[in-house]
Design a protein around this ligand. Structure first.
Ligand code: CO
Length: 331
């Protein structure tokens, strides 16, 4: 789980909607494209970002058959006009649904929603379920700086629980990124903090408590949330007047209730995550095809000398449980 995909060609949304900020793809040579945001270069991508066959071959080299795909967070476009956000979401979701329909044994899709408008988000969520047959969605770690625990967003989570849709929370629009342009800090420091912000907000606000059947999964092993659980718990006990105002339950109680991916790049950290969350809640996640991802898909895990049952959980069972899928559909 946790890989990113894009259509090879993206409409010129800036031209269509009459304002800038949308991603365009400039295919400047065979197999390579520049993602451009207006005139600004965002990222160079390779055909493994859009070609489903190339991706299947690259995965096969690491004995991996199935990829859970979702869009690249820069495509969320939560800042856009709601109707435009809906149109972009539908375009991206239809593309992912097509890839899955074409290669059902190799792909599972997660949709994206125009989270800037709760009604439109729920409308698209219903379409994802009934028309696109997707088992879940991917959302950002904050929505235009509104935290996920904010009551404005609650109806979307309620609808996800009702429709039995799993949720991947991916860090994006990293806090403080305007103050840390150098050294790739928004990715290296901001992303883990963003994910912790999302988990803490969903716990302390009571969303996880009120909607216990929701199946959340958090990218990059939950960022800095699990490694700092001692601090979070201590803060909960020593300043309940600040922390425990909306939910009286100790944050530690939620370890093992949500899923995380394995993208730690560090066997000792993964061991710790396994200890805290349990192998049933840790999924093989790569962040493929981007350089910060685990591009030697799971190799470091195979070298860790773990029990076969733990490996089995991480390599497929936890993801199947999270998405409520049956292994048989991929055989
Ligand atoms: Co990612």
């Amino acid at each position: 789980m946790h890989t990113h995909i894009l259509p090879k060609d993206i409409p010129d949304f800036a031209k269509k909607f009459g304002y800038e900020g949308f991603i365009r793809l400039h295919h400047h040579r065979e197999g390579w494209a520049r993602m451009m945001q207006g005139d600004k270069f965002f990222r160079e991508i390779h055909e493994n970002c859009w070609d489903p066959k190339v991706r299947i071959e690259e995965y096969a080299r690491f004995n991996t058959q199935v990829q859970v795909v979702c869009t690249i967070p820069v495509m969320f476009s939560y800042w856009a006009q709601p109707q435009d956000g809906l149109e972009i979401s539908r375009f991206l979701n239809d593309h992912i649904a097509e890839v899955v329909a074409q290669y059902p044994k190799n792909y599972v899709g997660l949709g994206t929603l125009p989270m800037q408008d709760v009604e439109l988000a729920i409308q698209e969520l219903e379409r994802l379920k009934t028309e696109c047959h997707m088992p879940g969605i991917q959302i950002g770690s904050n929505i235009n700086n509104i935290n996920l625990g904010d009551e404005k967003l609650f109806p979307v989570f309620e609808a996800c629980e009702k429709l039995d849709m799993a949720i991947l929370v991916h860090p994006w629009e990293m806090m403080g990124q305007q103050h840390m342009g150098k050294y790739w800090l928004p990715w290296l420091v901001g992303m883990p903090a963003e994910t912790a912000r999302a988990i803490a907000s969903l716990i302390f606000s009571g969303v996880m408590e009120k909607l216990p059947k929701l199946r959340f999964c958090f990218a990059h092993a939950g960022g800095s949330f699990i490694p700092t659980i001692g601090r979070l718990e201590h803060g909960f006990h020593c300043r309940p007047d600040l922390v425990a105002i909306d939910n009286p339950v100790n944050p530690r109680e939620y370890l093992g209730k949500f899923w995380v991916d394995s993208a730690t790049h560090d066997p000792e950290l993964l061991e710790y995550i396994l200890k805290k969350a349990g192998s049933k809640k840790v999924c093989l996640g790569t962040d493929y095809p981007f350089p910060l991802g685990d591009l030697e898909i799971g190799t470091f895990i195979e070298q860790m000398n773990l029990e076969p049952a733990v490996i089995e959980d991480m390599f497929h069972q936890s993801t199947l449980d999270w998405l409520k899928l049956d292994k048989k559909q991929f055989v």
